[in-house]
Design a protein around this ligand. Structure first.
Ligand SMILES: Cc1cc2nc3c(=O)[nH]c(=O)nc-3n(C[C@H](O)[C@H](O)[C@H](O)COP(=O)(O)OP(=O)(O)OC[C@H]3O[C@@H](n4cnc5c(N)ncnc54)[C@H](O)[C@@H]3O)c2cc1C
Length: 372
């Protein structure tokens, strides 16, 4: 039987950030993931620079042999409506490929890896976890993403009063463009394009990262997502942003938005990243909260105290972090038709687009990097 201080189930950004911080403090950590890496993850692959700072990643070093597209502006608007171009005088974001980024983080985290091994069962005995009857650990960290099996087991004991958070359903496609396709693509790598649905319940994006193109659309509570995605592709063709036939097979995934801070810890189990449903309400950014929750879980585990103290410490630190600089969506007091009308109007203005949509909601620029 293998044994460790902390077993992390899931080797995405949340799991590997947590493992990296624990290993830096000398903990014995095992990361278990059902996938063999490198593996892909359905994602646009957009991150804010704080992510690199928080993990002490040198952007030049990361870019050696990997895609790291600097972003210095955005083209935004509504699907079918007018657009606004916003420029910055610095790099405000990066585009990357999740197949590369997640593999890089996992390799550098320093934990013992059990890849290609799915979590099946966890039982507790004398205060320790026995996972799959093959690994023994004092602490179990659920980092298995939206369908995390640890979170599922954990939620069976959660309070029935825990309100369900909104689920975003999204589809995307990512592919390397041929030379002819690159010439027929007007989307610029430095200026990704974001187009809100006319009812403002989601948005579509086009990200170009070098010769890689990523197109997708995510919406809340959507039952006819494929139709919305097809209409979005038609719009991109009609606007001549892309003048070649797009792949018809998009990949789908889901994630929860954090409308409130959910219950994330119990006696000797902590949930991080999508397993806890932490993606930003306005932008759907999930990588930064996944990494920050992983770092905060590690810092809580490293401190002294009994199980209850560690668990409460993580929950309190996460809550404080997520609430920092939080800005509510405007005009919830308006009836929905008026809200949509106002939202569409605001999205046409340069001021609202730069200061609210981009700086506050998408770039979270009021929140400094978390240095643990
Ligand atoms: C279409 C789409 C686009 C997105 N675009 C962006 C974006 O551009 N920027 C951004 O910040 N966020 C984006 N997000 C959100 C972001 O992808 C997630 O929030 C982020 O991946 C969460 O990281 P995580 O480590 O919590 O989970 P994941 O990255 O999902 O990793 C979970 C890991 O757990 C493993 N696992 C699952 N089940 C088991 C099991 N039974 N046993 C063992 N291992 C298991 C999986 O193999 C996986 O490796 C997007 C999401 C979608 C759906």
């Amino acid at each position: 039987m293998d044994s460790c201080d902390v077993l992390i189930v899931g080797g995405g950004p949340a799991g590997s950030a947590c493992a990296w911080a624990l290993r830096n403090r000398g903990c014995d950590v095992v990361v278990m993931d059902k996938a063999a890496f490198p593996r892909d993850k359905v994602c646009a692959g957009w991150i804010t620079p704080a992510v690199l700072d928080e993990l002490r990643i040198d952007s030049r070093e990361y870019a050696q042999g990997r895609v790291l597209q600097p972003i210095t502006g955005f083209l935004t608007g509504t699907i079918g409506g007018s657009t606004v171009l916003t420029e910055y005088d610095r790099t405000v974001s990066y585009g990357l490929r999740r197949c590369e980024f997640d593999y890089f983080l996992l390799q550098r985290c320093g934990a013992r890896l059990r890849l290609g091994e799915a979590f099946h069962s966890a039982r507790q005995e004398s205060g320790e976890w026995f996972v799959n009857d093959s690994v023994r650990a004092k602490w179990l960290v659920g980092a298995g993403g939206h369908f995390c099996p640890v979170a599922r087991q954990f939620s069976e004991t959660a309070s029935p009063n825990d309100a369900p958070a909104p689920v975003i359903l999204a589809q995307e496609v990512e592919f390397e463009m041929t030379d002819a396709q690159q010439a027929a693509c007007d989307v610029s790598g430095t200026h990704p394009e974001l187009y809100f649905c006319r009812d403002l319940k989601g948005y579509g994006w086009v990200f170009r990262k070098g010769n890689v193109l990523n197109i997708g659309l995510g919406r809340e509570h959507e039952t006819r997502l494929s139709e919305q995605v097809a209409a979005f592709c038609d719009f991109l063709h009609a606007r001549e942003r892309i003048r070649f036939a797009l792949p018809t097979r998009f990949h789908g995934h889901a994630y929860r938005l954090r409308t409130h801070v959910p219950r994330v810890s119990a006696l000797n189990v902590l949930l991080i990243g999508d397993a806890a449903g932490l993606a930003s309400t306005h932008s759907g950014e999930g990588i930064r909260p996944a990494i920050e929750s992983g770092l905060l879980a590690a810092s809580a585990l490293i401190g002294n105290g009994d199980l209850e103290t560690v668990s409460a410490r993580y929950a309190a630190r996460l809550q404080a972090r997520l609430n920092m600089g939080h800005v509510a969506a405007p005009s919830h007091w308006l009836p929905s038709a008026a809200r949509i009308w106002l939202g569409q109007l605001l999205l046409r203005t340069r001021w609202f687009t730069r200061h609210v949509v981009l700086d506050r909601w998408f770039l979270d620029s009021q929140k400094p990097a978390l240095m643990t």
